[in-house]
Structure formats: C-alpha cells, structure tokens
Design a protein around this ligand. Structure first.
Ligand SMILES: *[C@@H]1O[C@H](CO)[C@@H](O)[C@H](O)[C@H]1NC(C)=O
Ligand SMILES: *[C@@H]1O[C@H](CO)[C@@H](O)[C@H](O)[C@H]1NC(C)=O
Ligand SMILES: *[C@@H]1O[C@H](CO)[C@@H](O)[C@H](O)[C@H]1NC(C)=O
Ligand SMILES: *[C@@H]1O[C@H](CO)[C@@H](O)[C@H](O)[C@H]1NC(C)=O
Ligand SMILES: *[C@@H]1O[C@H](CO)[C@@H](O)[C@H](O)[C@H]1NC(C)=O
Length: 408
C-alpha cells in the first residue's frame, strides 16, 4: 500500500511538473493542421491573450464572371450586413461589445474574413464570423446603401497612382481571371444585385475552397468551428479557369510630372520551386516599399540607376505570385524626362543578373533579407504557410513544409 501511495505521490509530482512546464515553458508555438473533406484548418497556438481567426476563401476577384465584375468589392463592404441569424445592428454591436474587430480584405485570389478578440471572447466572436460568412441575407435596401461607400472606395483608389499601375498591369498581362480588377468597374456601380451576390457566395464559398486559420487559439476550439462550416457549406465548388498570360502594354495619362512604370514578365506559380528563386531575386534587386521618403537606398537597382540619372527616382523589384502564375519585374517612379533612362537601367539590371552577374555574397544577403521579411509578422508567416500548404494538400510533404514555415 505504501508502495502504491508513494507511486501516486510520484505521479502527482510528475503531473504537477508536467503541467507546470506546460504552463510556463511553451514558448515554442504549436502548429496544428487538419484537412477535413477539403476544408483546411490550421492553428498556431502562441499562448497570447489576444486571438485572431481568419476564414480564407478562394473567392477573390479572379473568380468573378463577366456579368458579376465588382461583386467581390461589394462583398468586401457587405460584411456587416444582416444575416439569417442577426441584424446588421446586432452584428456590429455584438462584436464591439466584447472589444472585437471584424475585417474583410480581398486579393485577386482570396477573400479573408478576420476577427481579432481577446481569448475569452472567442466563442462569441466566432459565431458572428460563421454567420457572416455562411448566412448573409443581402437585403436589397442594405445592398443599395453600400453604393456610396463603393463610390468612395473607387475614388480613393483612383487617387493612387500605385493602385492604378498595379490594376493596369494585371489588365495588360492577363487575358482572363487575374485581369479582373480588385475594384468594381465604374459601369457596374449600382448594378450588382443581391441575386448576383448570392450566386457568387453559393458557388464560391464552399468548404473545399475555404481555410480556417487561428492564431492564439486552442486547436480543439477551431476544429469544432470547422465542423460547423462543413455542415453549412460542404462541397468542393468548381475549379476556376487557369490564368492566361498574354502580355501587352497599357499607358494611362494623368497629366502629372511623375511617371509610374512597371515592366514585368510572367514568372512562376506560387507552389513551384522557381517562386522561391523569384522571391530571392526580388531581394537581390531591392524589394522596398513603393514609396520612400528620401532614404539612401542601397539596393542594386537604386545603385545602378543613380549612376544614370541625377534626378530623384524610386525603384524596386515587383513580384506577385498566384496559385497558377506570377509576375516579376521592376517598378519605377521617376520624373517624366528621366523615365526612359530609369526604366532602361532597371530592366538591364534584371538582364545582368540573368547573365550571371551576381556574387555569392549578394545572393546570401538577399536570402537573409527575405527571411527577415517573412519572420517579421507571425500572422504573415501563418498566411504564407497556409497558402503553401493548401496546394500541397494531396501530397505527403505536409510536415516538412510546416517545419519550414515555423522557421521562416
Ligand atoms: C447565428 O445564426 C443562428 C441561426 O441562423 C442564430 O440562431 C444565431 O443567433 C446567430 N448568432 C449570431 C451571433 O448572430
Ligand atoms: C463563382 O461564382 C460564379 C457566379 O457568380 C460562378 O460562375 C463561378 O463558376 C464560381 N467559381 C467557382 C470557382 O466556383
Ligand atoms: C512576392 O512578393 C509578394 C509581395 O508582392 C510577397 O507576398 C511574396 O511572398 C513574394 N514571393 C516570394 C516567393 O517571396
Ligand atoms: C548616400 O550614401 C552615399 C554613399 O554611401 C553618400 O555619399 C551620400 O551623401 C548619401 N546621401 C544621403 C542623402 O544620405
Ligand atoms: C556586374 O554588376 C556590377 C554591379 O552592378 C557592375 O559594376 C559590373 O559592370 C557588372 N559586370 C558585367 C560584366 O556586367
């Protein structure tokens, strides 16, 4: 008996120690991933008091059809509208009451619904997130009330030369899909009916096209939520068309004295090995933000261009990756009369590297810069990691990729 009780005490001590370690030591974030009937569920437990949960849907503007152009822009604004379970008012106040925040962002490929909240309120906020993404009602009067906001969004975008260049760049580069703008075309404003929105959501928001990602969330909680998604919107949806690169040139006159120019070629799909190489190349050339305020840039592009012109300019590598294609090139901003030189020199630098003019030291520095950029934001790392994994679904390399991602 004494043996047993001693064993129990030992066990107790062991367990205490175990839980103590569990509570105190878990600095390593734990990443967990499931694939259930096509739905990807991924979570990264970082033991932070704040949680973030995202629903990623492969329903960006590239999936808009000819007669529904702009629908994703409208959906981006429609996240607070009445759903089958709650009024617009209740959603807004319900999330605010617990200090949460719901936001929607779209890219050409993905729509991302994100909620941020304190860990204690996950359940409340998750219910809203599920209702917003799975059971919107799109009441006609609420949808038509979005028109002024749509117009403001478009007007703001039109003020930004950077946005204009990127939109035109995609329109010139692709024949279909990715040529669709992130912004509703002017002629579609006020013409996107609730029916079109319903059709788009019905066809594109299926579990096979969704991923649920949690940061600072208990894995079990997220898995439970995932099951609700499966109940509500199971199905794989159709496979979208492949993006066709065509190339071309598009010029848009603004009357300003600055020239924004992007010169790109088709690069590689995000899942391919070359995409990583293009990522490094971007850092070899200089992957600055598009607007800088007089920094003394040391990038290879800037160094080369400053030898060719004394006028102010900004130049960085442009790299966009999509699931089936990509764009790579240079983006320059310069005075109108030096634009020719700036663009020519920038493009010639890409050519020089292609010819092999690249030292090992430069290459290694670029790799380091790339890693430090990736590591900067944990959330970003999760997104990248997820995007990588979602193509790899059917393959067995999942664990290796997970490992790579948490070290990114
Ligand atoms: C979500 O929807 C269900 C049924 O549609 C409803 O019963 C529930 O109250 C809704 N919850 C929230 C938080 O909107
Ligand atoms: C997305 O929705 C549209 C309807 O608006 C549909 O035509 C299209 O096929 C859907 N895309 C996919 C990939 O299911
Ligand atoms: C290419 O650039 C985009 C930003 O434009 C970035 O998100 C992506 O990770 C880059 N691709 C690679 C392979 O680094
Ligand atoms: C930029 O760096 C160069 C050499 O490193 C230096 O000569 C120049 O004065 C710097 N310019 C500014 C604005 O700091
Ligand atoms: C290689 O690149 C460096 C720096 O950009 C340049 O100074 C040099 O002339 C280039 N060499 C050749 C052979 O292109």
């Amino acid at each position: 008996r004494s043996l047993l009780s001693r064993a129990l005490v030992d066990l107790d001590v062991c367990l205490c120690l175990f839980f103590f370690l569990l509570k105190v030591r878990p600095i390593e974030p734990a990443a967990v991933l499931w694939f259930t009937d096509g739905l990807v569920i991924a979570s990264l437990e970082n033991y932070s008091p704040a949680s973030r949960i995202g629903v990623l849907v492969r329903a960006g503007s590239r999936y808009e059809t000819f007669d529904s152009l702009g629908v994703t822009h409208l959906l981006r604004l429609a996240s607070g509208l009445t759903t089958k379970g709650a009024s617009a008012f209740r959603i807004c106040h319900g999330i605010e009451a617990v200090g949460g925040c719901l936001s929607v962002s779209t890219t050409r490929e993905t729509m991302v619904y994100t909620v941020d909240c304190l860990r204690d309120h996950i359940d409340t906020v998750m219910e809203y997130l599920i209702n917003v993404t799975t059971a919107p009602e799109f009441r006609p009067w609420e949808v038509s009330e979005l028109t002024p906001r749509l117009k403001v969004d478009i007007a703001i975008a039109q003020q930004s030369p950077q946005i204009g260049v990127i939109e035109n760049l995609h329109a010139a580069a692709y024949k279909n899909t990715l040529s669709n703008s992130l912004y509703c075309p002017d002629y579609m404003v006020g013409k996107i009916t609730p029916d079109k929105m319903h059709t788009f959501v019905q066809n594109n928001f299926t579990s096979g096209r969704m991923a649920l990602v949690g940061l600072g969330v208990d894995h079990a909680v997220l898995k439970q939520v995932g099951e609700q998604f499966l109940n509500i919107r199971s199905g794989t949806g159709t496979i979208g068309s492949k993006a066709l690169f065509r190339g071309g040139e598009l010029r848009s006159q603004t009357g300003g004295s600055l020239v924004h120019a992007a010169v790109v070629a088709e690069s590689a799909a995000a899942s391919s090995a070359e995409a990583t190489a293009f990522g490094v190349l971007q850092h070899v050339l200089g992957a600055g933000p598009h607007i800088k305020r007089g920094t003394n840039s040391t990038s290879r592009l800037s160094q080369a261009i400053s030898k060719a012109t004394a006028q102010p300019f900004d130049a960085s590598a442009f790299n966009a990756t999509y699931s089936d294609t990509g764009l790579f090139g240079v983006y320059t901003i310069s005075q109108a009369d030096s634009a020719r030189d700036v663009v020519m020199v920038a493009v010639s630098q890409v050519g020089a590297i292609a010819q092999g003019n690249l030292t090992v030291a430069d290459l290694n520095r670029a790799k380091q810069r790339k890693s430090s950029c990736l590591g900067r934001s944990q959330w970003l790392a999760v997104e990248i990691w997820l995007t990588r994994l979602s193509w790899m679904k059917s393959e067995t390399g999942v664990h290796l990729l997970m490992f790579m991602a948490s070290n990114a």
